[in-house]
Design a protein around this ligand. Sequence first.
Ligand code: RFL
Length: 388
Amino acid sequence: MVILGAGPAGLVLANLLHTRGIDCVVLERADRHHVQTRARAGFLAANTVRILDRHGLSDGLRRRGHTHHTCEFRTDDGRFRLDYSGLGDGEQHTVYPQQDLVTDLLTHFLAAGGRIRFETEAVAILDADGDGPSVSVRTADGRPGRWRARYVAGCDGRHGAARRSLPDTAVRRYHRDHRVTWLGLLAEAPPSLDAVGYAVHERGFAGHMARTAEVTRYYLQCERGTPADSWSEARIWDELDLRMRAKEYGPLRRGRIVQRGIVDLESDVLEPLRHGALFLAGDAASLISPSAAKGANLAVLEAELLAQALTDDLVHGDPTGLDGYSARCLPRIWRAQEFSHWMIGLLHGSPGPDDDVPYLNGLQRSRMTALRTSRSQQDWFAERYVGV
Ligand code: RFL
């Protein structure tokens, strides 16, 4: 079994297969340091934590993560809070930086004797629908190589080789460019509020998400095409203060911006998630805009489903799980996509320049009002926000 990519999907899958005695190797393009320091997600759904608990992979997040259950929305009409642990299914998030989760999964896998090849880039998956699939690779020093396997798991993200190797005739790709862009920031600063902060402002969206006691993630909506380094730190903090309405609700706790990147909000889904002996999981299977913090959670969920299906086939000789893998994942993926899409509409005015901008902005206000005033809407939100 060859697994492409050492992100949450690839490493959960690798750990589960290795524990069940299935021979597997992980091929990872980046070096170990890069994999363990790449900051992305932070909000893990309750179901994700249950999966990691179930397989003995949650020690780190149980020790160092913290639970989180409140969002605060700030708009022209004032602010309101939702404690979602008291709404919907009564579940909450665990905040634990993705790079710490990846480090835990990697450490666990290597300590158990798992095999991983860093700085080994998959170039293409060959003969996925033939008898013997193989993966052609290139190492950091440019040496080519080839790995043969019974099955290949494409967990190598949106720009990986798994997607590239799929013939157009084998999958259907659904794609949406939401035409919204965020400047994603990590600040060496303690969180400024004890909630996820979502600010809707005429100058654009601003977001606040705790990561640790010393580090906070912020987002600022910006023009498409804005270079990540074009905003000075002073301008970033002034703009965050303005959009988060610091004058009314208190100043943000400023600190050094230690990482910044542009996130164009895009989503896609590939159907089916299988082509012969190649299976897709995580961002390779479906890309979801980070507006609702679903991507890493879907990655873990799909990895568990794929591990079970592969175990049934390789250990018990029962291929039905693999045949049904795509059909089991896709409803969950579309459900997450639908909620993420709804969140984009909640948090942003229409990106224009369509004629229907005022109409769409009216819908956005109505959506926010319903969330502020309707208990059933709040229950619906809570169930979707924490659920995967
Ligand atoms: P990853 O994490 O991208 O890992 C893929 C791995 O594959 C390697 N790779 C290759 N290896 C070999 N050969 C190749 N050709 C390769 N090409 C790539 C890469 O180096 C990498 O190590 O995919 P995976 O495992 O599917 O996990 C997906 C998640 O990383 C992603 O969905 C989340 O980070 C999305 N996301 C969030 N998700 C949440 O659930 N909660 C959040 O709070 C949250 N916040 C976020 C996010 C994504 C963000 N960005 C950067 C888009 C916040 C941000 C800013």
